[in-house]
Ligand binder design. Structure first.
Ligand code: 5GP
Ligand code: ZN
Length: 114
């Protein structure tokens, strides 16, 4: 855990959030500023600033983020269209530097994203 990291603190329940899923590897919670009717952030408990900080040993963990997103999307009846997104780097809109997968659903999404 990085003691200066907002999402590490949410995972450790030192800062409150609306948790929707957790296990030994991951936790997921509702985004404080939702950009869609469903907007969930899925985080590894292990602290990575961004995707390029993960290594081969982390492959299963990265896959699990996506599988949990699909499970939540299925449970929430979002299969008509949902999006999973990693923003990596400030130029891509990353503002919290603990890797997190956005799960967005419940509205129409355009392509390409802005
Ligand atoms: P990023 O911009 O890094 O891809 O995504 C960070 C996300 O974290 C944003 O969508 C933002 O609304 C959300 N966020 C920032 N601070 C908090 C917080 O304290 N609690 C929750 N639940 N979400 C947060
Ligand atoms: Zn962290």
């Amino acid at each position: 855990m990085d003691s200066n990291c907002l999402f590490c603190k949410i995972g450790a329940k030192q800062i409150p959030a609306k948790l929707v899923y957790e296990d030994d590897d991951l936790f997921a919670f509702e985004d404080i500023s939702p950009q869609a009717p469903t907007h969930i952030l899925i985080c590894p408990r292990k602290h990575f600033a961004a995707l390029q900080d993960a290594h081969q040993d982390d492959a299963a963990l990265l896959g699990k983020l996506q599988l949990v997103a699909a499970k939540l999307a299925t449970e929430r009846d979002l299969l008509a269209g949902y999006r999973t997104v990693f923003n990596n780097g400030s130029g891509a809109g990353q503002s919290v530097f603990h890797l997190h997968l956005h799960l967005l659903g419940g509205r129409h999404f355009r392509w390409p994203p802005g």
